[in-house]
Every structure is written in C-alpha cells, then in structure tokens.
Design a protein around this ligand. Structure first.
Ligand code: BGC
Length: 799
C-alpha cells in the first residue's frame, strides 16, 4: 500500500470477491465492482454494476408466505473482455499459469490497474496491463484499456468484447432463495462496426438502461483493421475481433463505454444519448484526463492527512475514496439517498438506514451541497412518511427504518439465518429512532453551513413533522407525571421484544426517549429561528396549534428515562430483569460471536433474554452530544449528569456488547477516547481495517460499510483535531493520540474554507478564503476573530 494506492501482488481467487468490493470504481451515479474483465459470476468472481437509486421490487414465496422485497439491482456487466490465440483457450486465471500478478487501486486518479503474465496450456505467455475508470468527470462514461503483448507467440488472435444484460442478483448468498431476476431485455444492436448497444429494463420499476461499448485495437498508435463478427441474443451482445498479432509488440485495446438511464436529466432517450457519446468520446486518454482532474479537485477538498508512521493514511484515503464514489457532486442532480453498503454490492439491498448520521459529519464540513441533496432525498419522501404515520394512527411524519425508491418501509419481512438455515421474521423495523436521526442531521447540517434557506424551506417542515409524529406517539403516565414511548426498538438490534413475549417492541428505550426530548426542544428553537411568517405557514399546513407546541415543550422536559442502580441508564424498561450473558463460555465455544443473534437463534435461543447488545445503544448519546450538551439535556429532564456517570455507563455496556455492527467499534472508539485512550485506539485500529481486512468474515464482499468508513474520518476531525461546530463559533480543541504525529485537513465552515494543521507542539489555522470577511474560531477556550487570508499559529506544547 502506498499513500494513495492499494496494491495486491498476487492472484488469490479466494480473496477476489473482497478485492472486487474494495476496488469498486464509481462516481455517485453508477459503480462497478473491481472484478476482472475476463471473469463472470462464479465461486470467486462477481462482476456487479449498480446505479444510485437503481431499485426493483419482486415477490418470492418463502415458507408458504409471499413476500415482497425491494432489491438493489445488478445492472448489465460492461466489463466483459477476453482473448485467445486462434484455436486456443480463452484466458482464465484459474486455469492458466499466472506468473506475475499485480492489481492496484490508484485512488488519487480513480484507476484500477492490473498487470499480469499468464501462460496457457500450450506454453504461450502473454502479458497484459489493464487500466479501468468510471469517469468522475462525465458520470455516463467508463473505459478499459488493455495493453497486450504476446511474449513468445505470433499468430491470429481473437478478442472478445460484450455487454451482458443476462445478469441476475446473485451477490449475497443469503438472498439466494429470493427472486433474483430483476432485468428484462429490451434491445441489442450493432451501432456501427465497432460499437454495440444493449438496452434492458427493470421488471417492476421500469428503469430503462442503455449501455454502449466501442472496442478498438491500436498498434503503434494507429487503429488497426480487424475481422469482426457480432452475435446477439436476448439481453446479450458480443463481438469478436480477429487480427494478426506480432510477437513482442504491444497492442492497445480500448473499450469505451457509455451508460444512460430513463431517469437522467437533459436526455432525449437513453439509447440515443449512448450513441451520441459513442461517436463523440474519443480515445481512453480523452476521458482519462478530465477524470483525473475531477479527482484532483475532490482530493483537494476531501483529503485528510495523518502522519503516524503506520497504514492509517492509506486506509483513511480508502474510506474517503469510497464515500465519494458512492455519493458525489453528481448526486446533486439525482434523487438518491446514501446506501449503507455503498454502490459496491447487494447487501442490505441498497437501502438507506439511519447510517447518514455517521456519514454526514464528514460531508457537512467539505461537501455540504451533497448533504443538502441527501437531505432532499428525505424531503421528497415526506408525503410517504406522513401516510405511514397516519396509517399507524399518528400525526406528522414517520420515516421508515429502511428506505428505498419511494420512501415506504422496505425492511424485509423475513431474513435467513445462514447459521441455522431458518427463515425468521425480521423484527428490527420498529427502529423509530431513525426519526430522531433525520432531525439531528437537519440541525447539524444547518449548524455547519448556516443554510437558513434550507432550514426555513425544507428542514423545518421535516423537523416539525417529525416532532408532531413523536408528540402523537408518546403516552402520558399519570402516576409518574412523565411521557413514555412504548413498543419501539432501539439501535441495538438484538433486543426487539421482551423475553417470551409475542408482542414486538420495548418500552422506553433510553436512547430514543432522550433523542425525542432533545428534538422537541430543538423544534421550538427552530421555530424561534426562522421567519415568523414561515412558522405560521408551517403551523397552518401541518396542523400544529399552540396546544401542540406546549406539548412539545412538556415532552422536552418530562420524558421518562429509565435508570437503574448506581446511575446506570437502562437500555429500556425491564432491562435489569434480563439474564447476564455467559460471554466467556461463548467465546470459547465459537470462533466469532459478533453476530450473537445468529448464534443464539441457531441454538433455539434469543439475545432478547440477555444483557447482550449488538452495538452501542444508550452509549450513542455520548457520541452524538458532548458532556456539556448532555448535562443540559438531562438537566432539562430533571436529572444530574456527570462525567463519572458517563464513564460508568460506558464501562457497563462495553462489557456487554458484541460489536455485531461495524458502527459499534466507531462509537466505542469515540466515547472511550477521553478517558481510556488505549482501548479507544485499539477500537480505532479495528475500525480502520474492518472493511480492508473484512473482520466480520465475508460481509465486505457483499458491500462496504460506509457508516464505519465515514466514522473513522469523523474521529480524526472531531475527536483528534477537536473540531466542534457550535452556534457561536467553530471550536478547535486538538487532542492528538500519541501515535499520531500530525494531522492536516481543511474544512468548509459556514462558507469559509479553513485549513488546519496540528501536531503535538503547535496548531496552525489558516482562514484561506470565504464569502465574508470575518469568522469566529475558538481555540482551546478562547474565541478569536479571523479575517480572510489570516494565518495564526498556537502553541500546543504545554498541553
Ligand atoms: C446495524 C444498523 C445499521 C444497518 C445498516 C445493521 O447491522 O445494526 O444500525 O443501520 O446495519 O448499516
């Protein structure tokens, strides 16, 4: 691994699917896994192409029940490229001798590069060097360039190029019993003698996709004539080029690809646009240069430099790279959310969960325009959320736990436990706390950007609708004179109901309750912040009267929080009655108990019976709010909150969490940092490699974990560099781990670009440019006013 490069120096078929996910290339509009061009779906390879928002619904019968899922469609494979010496075998790295093999992901340039020498059964050696890109400049373009040299043979060669629309969804083994046919063929056609066109459509969502590929061969920089033969069948078109090849001479093969869909803007019709591009796009180099340039601009804004003498830098860049390939400046023109597993695989069906809460902090301070677009994804689904609330008997808007195309609830009804082979109902959809995460994200976007227009036009409407939902969702307990929330599931997905109860949901999940109290108070704050006339409009449109506003206030002060002995915040009412889990015995019995839910279900048991959590739940509060904010929230609720209390709770739940979600390590690393740097660092190291080394054993190959990736970056900026955005100023209170020598980054804070560089001796802040003259930056505990162009250095050595 070099700073911007991940390199694999061997061909390891068994690792190929993981590498494919990690070497995915994308531009926020579409992405293609880093599968070998010559491969097709088999035990070790899974070429997959996904479009942002590319969903399709299908029904399957499982255990006598018809269930509908909205899946993330695997669109046609455009990679297909292969060769054989006339009469020989098509190249297959699993059959050929592979003498040298390197595969590297050049993240600076957004290129996937392979270089290898193979020998077929006749002893013919061929060297191939390939470069691939999915253009970050023009989101519709992609290309492959092969340089092929026959080292010890010279005869006719056949080159095979194709567009394959016969693919199905087969990337996740657990989903194998579900309907996997999402595409129907529409059309194949030869556009001219070197260009092919394929058109398909998703079966239910009628998403039409046109793909075009132009394949040309060059020798000594001139295009050579080849003998061509094109074949077409339903959903598939290929072309064979035959030409005479001279030993030792490099031949360059370029496959240039264009992709359009029926949902594009500024488009007459997808196949027409494809044909237009095929004619105009020129050679590989012509799309390569603006693509590299686009990446250069992105890196200038997004890079986070960390010097620690270890692999941290490369891994952080890998995380930045994949975030920007999943959501990019192209997302602004699309109606898409941020899928928790990227555009890198089919796991979680491309759905949008609450993971935004982990991803937005990185985007807010660099690409707030992307966060804006992603928040608008929610806004455009507000009506569906209103309908869901109404159907459930509530007011306002109830956003779904898993969201897809139109914003209805997309959580699967049944899921397969691969450990037991049993299909079980999925009980996690009652995670209504997503309706606090969205509010939290709106507020924090506003804090980072000062975008009052967004807050007033869209944010407040979502915020108030969510507040209205919760106001109708709480129950009032007269004896306690407090509000309660019953029948929900908290972030910890291991607890979905009380032991042996048929009824789903738990009462008073502490995290949810506190978040709701917080959001009520913020809703009232926003009401005072935006124009009075807009407030009147909203109250009228959303049917909110003074009485309801008083209820919001009452809830913000009188929300019940379950406490146990010694100030322990109980995860939910009745948590104290659960049994302690025999952690040691299970660690001995199983290699990996991260997914304790699957282990226990396979033993006909359930985590519902134990004090065992999948991920941070109560502790999420200590990640989302700092100590001062927590003190205020709890004070409002009539409780004292102290650092000691926080530490006690962390210690308690730390011993009872299996980290069955990659998000958990991140939160633990964050919350432990202030008082147990060693364990925090250990968690951070695990977090960094969680996808790169696939620490959950087989999940990364189904898609990366974007929340955890973004979380690692957020730790650098908000914990180690100590950046905190508050109402009055941007605070910077560095607290570098001893392993880290230096951090360099730049952020966009309320229209200003600020460059920050910190080591153990000094902190350098440069107010580089912006749209106004002055900005308040708090360093340690004093606020300084910076003018444009000003650079100041602060002494950190005494800290
Ligand atoms: C976690 C959720 C998360 C989801 C998608 C689950 O395993 O428990 O918190 O939202 O994955 O990343």
């Amino acid at each position: 691994m070099e700073d911007y490069c991940i390199t694999y120096n061997d061909w390891k078929p068994e690792e190929q699917k993981l590498r494919e996910a990690l070497c995915t290339l994308g531009n926020g509009y579409f992405a293609t896994r880093g599968a070998a061009e010559e491969s097709s779906n088999d035990a070790h390879n899974y070429p997959g192409t996904y479009l942002a928002g590319g969903f399709n619904r299908a029904t399957t019968e499982i255990s006598g029940k018809r269930i509908e899922n909205e899946d993330f469609v695997n669109f046609p494979n455009w990679l297909c490229l292969n060769f054989r010496p006339e009469g020989g075998e098509w190249m297959d790295l699993n059959q050929f001798k592979v003498h040298e093999y390197t595969q590297s992901l050049d993240m600076k340039k957004g290129l996937l590069i392979r270089a290898f020498r193979v020998e077929d059964s006749q002893g013919r050696c061929t060297h191939i060097q390939s470069r691939r890109l999915v253009s970050m400049h023009d989101m519709h373009l992609a290309g492959i360039e092969w340089q092929l040299t026959a080292e010890n043979w010279s005869r006719d060669i056949e080159l095979y190029t194709a567009l394959d629309g016969t693919v199905t969804n087969a990337g996740v083994e657990r989903y194998a019993d579900l309907e996997s046919q999402h595409l129907e063929p529409l059309n194949t056609r030869e556009v001219d003698d070197e260009s092919l066109l394929l058109m398909v459509r998703t079966r239910q969502s009628k998403y039409a996709v046109a793909l075009g590929a132009r394949t040309c061969i060059y020798h000594q920089n001139s295009k050579i004539d080849t003998l061509k033969e094109t074949h077409q069948r339903e959903g598939y078109i290929d072309q064979k080029h035959r030409f005479k090849l001279t030993q030792g001479e490099p031949y360059v093969i370029e496959k240039m690809v264009a992709l359009y869909t029926s949902r594009d803007r500024a488009s007459a019709e997808p196949s027409l646009e494809v044909c237009k591009d095929l004619k105009r796009m020129g050679r590989f180099k012509k799309i390569w240069l603006p693509h590299i340039n686009a990446w250069e601009k992105l890196w200038r804004r997004a890079d986070i430099g960390v010097i620690d003498g270890d692999k941290t830098q490369e891994l952080l860049r890998l995380h930045i790279f994949h975030i920007l390939q999943t959501v990019s400046l192209h997302s602004i023109g699309l109606d898409v959310g941020v899928p928790s597993r990227g555009l890198h695989g089919e796991a979680y069906r491309g759905h949008i969960f609450w993971d935004e809460i982990y991803i937005f902090p990185f985007l807010n301070l660099r690409f707030p325009e992307i966060t804006y677009a992603l928040l608008m994804y929610r806004y455009h689904r507000l009506d569906e959320a209103r309908y869901a609330a109404r159907q459930a008997g509530y007011k306002g808007a109830m956003f779904p736990w898993q969201s897809g195309s139109n914003g209805r609830e997309e959580s699967q009804e049944m899921h397969l436990n691969p450990k037991s082979g049993r299909w079980k109902p999925d009980d996690t959809h009652l995670q209504r706390h997503v309706n606090a995460a969205i509010a939290y994200n709106i507020w924090n976007y506003y804090q980072a950007t000062d975008d009052i227009a967004f807050l007033s036009n869209f944010g407040a409407e979502m915020f108030f609708s969510i507040a209205s939902f919760w106001a109708s969702r709480v129950t009032y307990d007269e004896a306690r004179d407090l509000y309660e929330i019953h029948g929900v599931v908290g972030p910890d997905e291991y607890h979905t109901s009380y032991p042996d109860s048929e009824k789903l949901g738990l009462n008073n999940n502490a995290y949810t309750n506190v978040m709701v109290a917080w959001l009520m108070q913020k809703a009232l704050h926003i009401k005072d912040r935006i124009q009075k006339s807009r407030v009147r409009e909203l109250m009228n449109d959303l049917n909110i009267d003074q009485q309801e506003l008083s209820l919001w206030e009452a809830i913000s002060k009188k929300m019940f929080v379950p406490f146990g002995e010694n100030n322990l915040i109980l995860q939910f009412d009745g948590y104290e009655d659960l049994k302690e889990f025999p952690w040691e015995a299970y660690r001995k019995k199983y290699d990996n108990i991260q997914r304790l839910d699957r282990v226990l279900e396979s033993e006909n048991d359930s985590p519902n019976r134990y004090k065992a959590s999948k991920q941070a739940d109560v502790l999420m509060l200590f990640y989302l709010f700092n100590l001062e904010q927590l003190k205020e929230i709890f004070r409002n609720l009539g409780h004292d909150f102290t650092q000691e209390m926080m530490e006690r709770n962390i210690e308690y739940y730390k011993a009872r969490t299996s980290h069955g979600s990659t998000l958990s390590r991140f939160v633990f690393s964050w919350i432990l940092y202030k008082y147990d740097k060693k364990t925090a660092w250990q968690n951070f190291e695990k977090l960094l490699i969680s996808d790169f080394e696939d620490i959950q054993g087989g999940t990364t190959e189904e898609g990366i974990h974007l929340g955890a990736m973004a979380g690692s970056l957020d730790l650098i900026q908000r914990v180690f560099t100590g950046i905190e955005v508050t109402e009055e100023a941007l605070w910077i209170k560095p607290d570098l781990p001893e392993h880290v020598q230096k951090i360099n980054l730049q952020i966009k804070y309320r229209h200003h670009w600020i460059a920050i560089s910190v080591d153990h001796d000094k902190l350098r802040i440069a107010f580089e440019e912006g749209y106004s003259n002055k900005v308040n930056i708090g360093v340690l505990d004093q606020i300084h006013t910076f003018s444009q162009g000003e650079v100041r250095t602060f002494d950190m050595s005494g800290r």
